[in-house]
Write a protein that binds this ligand. Structure first.
Ligand code: 1YM
Length: 661
């Protein structure tokens, strides 16, 4: 694949490192936890590139107790020969010169991330110290760097070598080991999150068939729980089975499509389930593209056409029948689509969409040819016809849903009164400023109505538990009164006809009790948003309101505590002789208390819900909300920590773990 003939002269030189320390945001986007993890991904990406170009078979990532992280790959080792014009070793150029790297002129490297490619030097500049060990040509080399910003003088030293490249001796080892300590004067929260790191490494292992990734978190006390090994002989096929863990497959077989056209590599693994949602996850050069793009368009066009042609060929569709739509063919589909592209252009608000127009015809050609072959194979006939029959049922259901929608539109026009009766709307006309609280139970709903600021806060009380939409068709969702009033209140429409620009509220706030039932209601609502109004989540409109768990009172002094930690702090601060009230539900608060603690924008706590990782969110949604008991029990046994004080730890996905318990 990539040429072996690297020499240090290929490295391009662009600009100085101090700039990175002065304006970290310009280089890594943010100095929040996300930015911190970005450092790790930079180094991991280099290791993965070495593997996907065929030179390494193993990657090891370790989080150390001193707060540093290290990454090792058993590839060729970074170049150590002298750069012809700079007169320093290649590895020094890589870590001290911004945008250095053969990767950036794209001659040596076939495919690399693009987004992440800003490089090892940025990591160096934002670390207290960084060391690199290179094992190459039976020799062990090492180089160490340090960075410092002097708060007194404002003097900045960024990624300065502690000395020249050292030769430590002979070795049989091969590869590169990079270890760095993120600078805690730069990052708000300088500690790596075990689960976030683990999740991404697992994803990378799925995306790079056969690659062995070992993750060790030395900060974990229990030695048995410290290390996880991710290695998947089936690659994205294994990924699809993993994503489908909570679902019932329509057929056990998996469709595997793979090919290459015009230097664009493309792979897809597909399995149908008996469910109704579409789960298509696409990647470009190992980077998730939740907003789709040209590769997805090419895939969908080819997939739909092949299946329609097939349905006609075998007589499941007659001459008089219209073609089935792509949507119909994707009902119940779980698919992971990966492409490798030379100069990926990421577009869209969150850079989650592939823009390269040349990718569409290439992917379309590969999928067309591969899918046609698959459909022609006699061994696949049963599965193929099961897929077509499912699509035919989907088309019928879609027609039924359209009719239901028409009726519900008419109904909502006719019966506007009862809906308005449930919803207490606000008077303000500035939609972005307006908020809607979806409140559990009529009594809490009543308090919320009285306590709110009616200028910008609307209240929609929910009676009982809403319908679990996970295993329901759109027409069943639309037939449900609670969801109908929610959809009508939001004004956006639903599913394919969803339109964010019609949203009537800038904030959609779920307000439920801090108990099991409340968690379940929250999970059901988030599942609904995830399946039918995902853009609401993607654009950060959905929040979880956080009522306090305790009220501590002593004389006139009242302190609300939102978790056990805050409670002990409050108790300490007021001293002896206080009264403690534990709120079991929202209903126990009077309107003033509810306003003060949960609704008043200047005092309340809200948690914004995002979809960090749609693939895993999707899997978790079905594992926790679907109808299979086994995977749910496994998940809960593995992850639930019932002693955790913060009942409201930010959910990593729409279905927070407590939702299924
Ligand atoms: C733990 C991180 O960075 N591995 C790594 C990086 C490189 C090479 C091998 C490499 C690349 C090439 C030739 C080439 C890099 N090289 C460069 C640069 N692991 C890790 N392993 N020889 C070795 O691209 O031809 C950047 S990264 F700039 F030299 F090309």
């Amino acid at each position: 694949m990539a040429s072996q003939s690297y020499n240090a002269g290929n490295i391009q030189v662009l600009e100085g490192l101090e700039a990175v320390r002065l304006r970290p945001g310009m280089y890594i986007g943010t100095t929040s936890s996300r930015g911190l993890h970005h450092l790790l991904w930079e180094i991991v990406d280099n290791a993965i590139d070495e593997a996907s170009n065929g030179f390494a078979s193993e990657v090891m990532v370790t989080l150390h107790r001193d707060g540093s992280a290290s990454v090792y790959d058993n590839g060729r080792g970074m170049p150590v020969d002298m750069h012809p014009t700079m007169g320093i070793p290649g590895v020094e150029v890589i870590f001290t010169v911004l945008h250095a790297g053969g990767k950036f002129n794209n001659e040596n490297y076939a495919y690399s991330g693009g987004l992440h490619g800003v490089g090892a030097s940025v990591v160096n500049a934002l670390s207290r110290w960084l060391t690199v060990d290179v094992y190459r040509d039976w020799t062990h080399y090492r180089m160490a760097f340090t960075s410092l910003t002097d708060p007194a003088t404002g003097k900045v030293e960024a990624g300065k070598p502690e000395g020249p490249l050292e030769v430590l001796g002979n070795t049989r080892k091969k590869g590169t080991l990079v270890r760095f300590l993120p600078d805690d004067t730069i990052f708000e929260d300088p500690s790596f999150h075990t689960e976030a790191v683990s999740r991404r490494l697992q994803e990378l292992a799925y995306l790079n068939k056969g690659l062995k990734i070992t993750f060790t978190d030395e900060r974990i006390a229990d030695p048995d729980a410290r290390t996880r090994v991710f290695q998947y002989a089936g690659g994205i096929s294994d990924y699809v089975r993993y994503l489908n863990a909570g679902k019932t497959p329509l057929r056990e077989d998996l469709i595997w499509l793979e090919g290459r056209k015009d230097d664009i590599l493309c792979q897809a693994a597909i399995q149908y389930t008996d469910g109704y949602s579409e789960s298509l996850f696409s990647y470009v050069n190992n980077i998730n593209t939740p907003e789709g793009g040209s590769h997805e368009t090419g895939f969908k066009a080819a997939f739909t056409k092949c299946l329609n042609d097939y349905a006609r060929r075998v007589g499941l569709l007659k001459d008089k029948d219209a073609n089935l739509s792509g949507e119909d063919f994707r009902e119940g589909l779980t698919c992971v689509l990966t492409t490798m592209v030379k100069n990926p252009q990421f577009e869209g608000q969150t850079k989650g969409r592939l823009g390269n127009s040349e990718v569409r015809p290439a992917v379309e050609a590969v999928i067309s040819q591969q899918m046609t072959d698959w459909l022609d194979n006699l061994q696949h006939q049963e599965t193929a016809s099961a897929i077509v029959q499912k699509a035919i049922r989907a088309a019928q259901a879609r027609e039924a849903a359209r009719k239901a929608r028409d009726t519900s539109r008419k109904a909502s026009a006719l019966e506007a009164a009862p809906l308005v009766g449930k919803l207490s709307s606000c008077t303000g006309r500035d939609y972005a400023m307006n908020e809607i609280f979806i409140v559990e139970g009529d009594s809490a709903g009543g308090s919320a109505k009285q306590g709110r600021d009616r200028r910008f806060q609307a209240i929609l009380p929910l009676r009982g538990k809403p319908l679990n939409v996970e295993k329901k068709h759109l027409d069943q969702v639309l037939a449900n009164e609670e969801f109908r009033s929610l959809i009508t209140a939001l004004g956006t429409g639903i599913g394919q006809t969803f339109s964010l620009s019609s949203l009537k509220y800038g904030k959609v706030i779920i307000l439920s009790d801090a108990d099991q039932d409340g968690a379940h209601i929250r999970a059901i609502l988030l599942t609904f948003f995830f399946r039918y109004m995902r853009d609401l989540l993607n654009n950060g409109h959905v929040y979880i309101g956080m009522p306090p768990l305790y009220k501590v009172q002593k004389g006139q002094k009242v302190i609300y505590a939102y978790d056990d930690k805050e409670l002990s702090k409050a108790v300490r601060s007021v001293g002896k002789g206080y009264t403690l009230q534990r709120y079991k539900g929202l209903g126990e608060m009077n309107p003033e208390q509810l306003w003060e603690t949960t609704m008043d924008p200047s005092q309340r706590k809200l948690m914004r819900v995002s979809v960090e990782d749609a693939a895993l969110a999707d899997r978790l949604t079905t594992v926790l909300m679907g109808d299979k008991v086994e995977p749910r029990r496994d998940y809960i046994t593995e992850h639930a920590d019932f002693n955790r004080p913060d009942d409201f730890a930010p959910p990593e996905s729409p279905a927070a773990p407590e939702g299924g318990a």
